[in-house]
Design a protein around this ligand. Structure first.
Ligand SMILES: Cc1cc2nc3c(=O)[nH]c(=O)nc-3n(C[C@H](O)[C@H](O)[C@H](O)COP(=O)(O)OP(=O)(O)OC[C@H]3O[C@@H](n4cnc5c(N)ncnc54)[C@H](O)[C@@H]3O)c2cc1C
Length: 303
């Protein structure tokens, strides 16, 4: 989103002391994905196969040479490639409560493990403090941290605040869980009382609508929230170019572990893991691993 003068708008999320996050309403990821998909479809050298699932990698003499996949008709396909990139996302589908799609079941990790490719920090799983509490089954709706960044506060059953809402996710999650245990409740409340109605309607239109669907008008009353599995910091071990321990096999995005998040990702840093490392993998595959590229990388990421 932009200011009237055309400059980018920034917002705050958990553990941020100043606004530093670019956003688009409350659907930043959708905006990025839609733009990327549009651009990819314009490329003449890219073939997109929908409803096709990667079931294994092809390996010859310890080198990855492509993938095995299954299409909607049940045909098994052998897709050969000089280089293969796993980008199969996180593991939320393995959990009862997660903000991820149920189809994200760590397939890339499973395949990597089967072939002895190194995995790292499989216990580094992030729980998001505020998903909308619902008795309906399926993916939990995330109430973005920027809501708390803009002034929304957490309340217990007595309407009292019990934590600094902008502490890192694990700390806020632990405080919520402790409060729920103390009260014997299955959720706490998120109040938007301090957030101007105009901000709610303009900055959080989807959160407003989703809460309304559950029966809560957040311009007038708090909404029930509960922690849910949200992000996987561990994954397939990769180097600075997103290459795994198997030659010609790369892993990017949430399925990889490049160490940038440590044990606890900060809000919006998944862009570093997905976009930056994907670009670096693409650069290496395209033969751009020259000295200048390496030193730019060191200055930008490791300095
Ligand atoms: C609700 C929500 C809000 C978020 N908000 C933010 C945010 O504001 N800022 C931020 O930085 N991050 C955010 N994140 C995290 C971020 O969206 C993810 O980390 C990021 O999308 C991961 O990108 P990815 O490409 O690695 O995986 P994904 O975007 O999950 O894509 C993985 C793809 O692989 C496909 N796939 C999986 N297995 C197979 C298989 N076997 N064969 C074929 N295809 C397969 C899946 O269907 C999926 O399309 C959010 C996440 C959620 C769930």
């Amino acid at each position: 989103d932009k200011n009237p003068d055309g400059s980018l708008k920034y917002t705050k999320e958990g553990a941020h002391s100043q606004p530093r996050i670019c956003f688009h309403e409350d659907i930043t990821g959708k905006e990025i994905t839609t733009t990327l998909q549009t651009r990819v479809k314009e490329l003449p050298n890219v073939e997109i196969r929908e409803y096709t699932v990667m079931t294994d990698i092809l390996v010859e003499n310890g080198i990855c040479t492509g993938i095995l996949a299954k299409n909607a008709a049940g045909d098994i396909l052998k897709l050969h490639a000089k280089d293969t990139v796993l980008a199969t996302g996180g593991i939320g589908g393995l959990y009862k409560h997660s903000t991820n799609f149920p189809s994200l079941t760590g397939d890339g990790l499973d395949v990597a493990k089967k072939h002895g490719v190194r995995l790292e920090h499989l216990d580094y799983v992030q729980i998001h403090p505020t998903s909308l509490y619902s008795k309906k089954p399926g993916r939990s709706f995330l109430i973005s941290e920027s809501a708390r960044g803009e002034g929304a506060v957490l309340l217990n059953g007595k309407g009292e605040r019990f934590v600094d809402e902008l502490l890192p996710r694990d700390v806020v999650t632990q405080a919520i869980e402790k409060e729920m245990e103390k009260e014997g409740s299955d959720h706490v409340w998120l109040s938007f009382k301090a957030v101007p109605e105009e901000t709610i309607r303009n900055h959080f239109p989807h959160i407003y609508e989703e809460c309304l669907k559950e029966g809560y008008d957040i311009t007038k009353e708090p909404a029930p929230v509960v922690p849910a599995q949200h992000y996987f910091m561990g994954g397939i071990y990769v180097d600075h170019f997103s290459e795994t321990t198997m030659d010609h096999l790369y892993a990017v995005g949430e399925t990889s572990c490049n160490g940038v998040h440590g044990k606890n990702r900060l809000a919006s840093n998944s862009l570093l893991e997905s976009l930056v490392f994907a670009e670096r993998a693409a650069g290496k595959i395209a033969g751009r691993e020259d000295e200048e590229y390496e030193s730019n990388y060191d200055a930008a990421c490791c300095g």
